[in-house]
Design a protein around this ligand. Structure first.
Ligand SMILES: Cc1cc2nc3c(=O)[nH]c(=O)nc-3n(C[C@H](O)[C@H](O)[C@H](O)COP(=O)(O)OP(=O)(O)OC[C@H]3O[C@@H](n4cnc5c(N)ncnc54)[C@H](O)[C@@H]3O)c2cc1C
Length: 427
């Protein structure tokens, strides 16, 4: 008797979530087709051509806690494209470096030795982490991260120099709007995790080469299809499954792995999903701005990433791996900087950079990229949809689906894996 073929799966969206899902399904023997509307893969974590140099649409940072992303990159043989460093925070008048000690000693020792904090700040930080650890980082009710820190009497200097930068960078949401519970999840899995979880991972290749290119190649090798410039305009119910309007492809299962702002229009023909579509409409967004700077010589940063100020100030990254003299300045979340003209923002951040490093090499070129809907606003008690929908053959993947993490690469990869596992288990 012929073995029953595994159901075909169409994945809509070639960001890190869609690619992860498609790859896991192809590996499990499902006929897979991935449809990406752009001419390139990667979505919000993609490469951009800048006068022949591949830069990133936005400077990204990963952490040792990104276990699923790292496992996937290991399978794709791209781990050598990131540089792993022990965590250090360098800000004006502030430096925290976690020593190579077993957890949780590394954190306590790092905090106590930090430069730029008083003894009262350091003890308050240790007490805060201990209090969260006792509760297993689970809050009785969600609040804003600002309220959580106030409740634990965290001194203003400590908040400005440590907690606020971590929160804004990880959740891409200002402290007074950010979810305290998701902030706790981030602390649990990074600073309070095993020592290696707090390591910072610096990209040493453009984003396309970290994962999307290798994932697409593997999918194709396994017999799957990866179609670029293939915009799906809607879904229609048919006896054999769901038809993708646009590419005109019929699939037995569909994973929508596009930006959540794009999902409602794709659901318009499926009345069972009306409630889902309207809830997705209600999500709020936060931007990220990245200023790419090309200098005549490399910048002398004390560490690959330095803060240009306290609180929600931007961070500077050296990216000599992409081209000698290349650097990125990145500001997470909304803020008054976005009201400035690009030239004014460039000049302000160049002044900040010179304030930190002294005289800068000659600036040869610059480019500002603002992603207006970089991530969902990670606010308290935020509703996030399941990977499963009310339709048994329709799934959602993406950094915004239900999970512990804010909108991150790791969240996207986990959601893609979760969708693939549901389909593999159920078919
Ligand atoms: C500037 C910036 C900086 C960031 N920094 C970090 C960081 O430092 N660390 C971190 O972990 N995360 C960071 N993030 C977040 C991270 O990039 C995202 O969480 C992740 O890339 C989301 O992946 P995704 O697959 O869920 O969605 P997306 O990347 O949005 O992928 C969706 C894909 O679907 C495609 N698509 C949309 N509509 C259709 C359609 N109708 N038909 C076919 N295809 C369609 C899109 O073109 C896109 O390629 C950053 C994001 C930005 C924008």
């Amino acid at each position: 008797m012929a073995a029953r073929l595994k159901p075909s799966v169409a994945v809509v969206g070639g960001g890190w979530a869609g690619l992860t899902a498609a790859l896991a399904l192809a590996e499990a023997g499902h006929p897979v087709s991935l449809h990406e509307s752009a001419r390139q893969l990667g979505g919000r974590a993609r490469s951009v051509d800048w006068h022949g140099v591949a830069i990133d649409n936005g400077q990204h940072l990963m952490a040792g806690a990104y276990s699923e992303t790292l496992a996937l990159m290991e399978r794709l043989d791209t781990l050598d494209r990131i540089e792993r460093r022990q965590l250090e925070f360098h800000g004006p008048g502030f430096c925290l470096a976690l020593p190579r000690l077993p957890a949780p000693l590394h954190l306590a020792a790092g905090l106590l030795a930090a430069r730029g904090l008083g003894l009262a700040d350091k003890l308050a930080a240790v007490r805060f982490m201990q209090a969260l650890r006792r509760r297993r980082f689970q809050l009785p009710a969600d609040d804003t991260a600002a309220e959580l820190l106030a409740w634990h009497r965290q001194p203003a200097r400590l908040v400005e120099r440590l907690w606020q930068p971590i929160c804004v960078a990880a959740l891409n949401t200002p402290l007074h709007l950010a979810s305290a519970q998701v902030f706790c999840n981030v602390l649990r899995d990074s600073l309070a995790g095993p020592r290696a979880a707090s390591d910072l991972l610096f990209n040493r290749a453009d984003l396309g080469r970290l994962l999307p290119d290798a994932a697409a190649e593997r999918i194709r090798t396994l017999g799957g299809e990866v179609r670029l410039a293939s915009r799906v305009t809607g879904l229609a119910r048919e006896p054999g499954g769901l038809r993708l309007l646009g590419p005109d492809n019929l699939a037995e299962r569909v994973i929508l792995a596009c930006h959540p702002a794009r999902v409602p229009e794709l659901l318009a023909n499926l009345p069972e999903t009306r409630a889902l579509g309207s809830r997705l409409h209600d999500l709020d967004w936060q931007p990220i701005a990245t200023l790419w700077l090309r200098f005549a010589a490399p910048l002398a940063l004390p560490y690959p990433m330095v803060a240009l100020g306290a609180a929600d100030a931007p961070w500077a990254f050296e990216r000599n791996d992409l081209a000698a003299g290349l650097a990125a300045v990145v500001a997470s979340a909304e803020g008054p900087h976005l009201a400035l003209q690009p030239e004014a923002l460039r000049d302000r951040w160049l002044d900040d950079l010179a304030g930190r490093l002294g005289a800068l090499p000659t600036l040869l070129d610059w480019k500002l990229i603002v992603e207006k809907r970089a991530t969902f606003a990670c606010t308290p008690d935020l509703w996030r949809p399941d990977n499963r929908t009310d339709l048994p053959d329709l799934y959602l993947a993406g950094d915004y689906t239900r999970g512990d993490y804010p909108a991150t690469l790791e969240g996207a990869v986990r959601s893609g894996l979760q969708c693939a596992r549901l389909i593999i288990r159920e078919t």
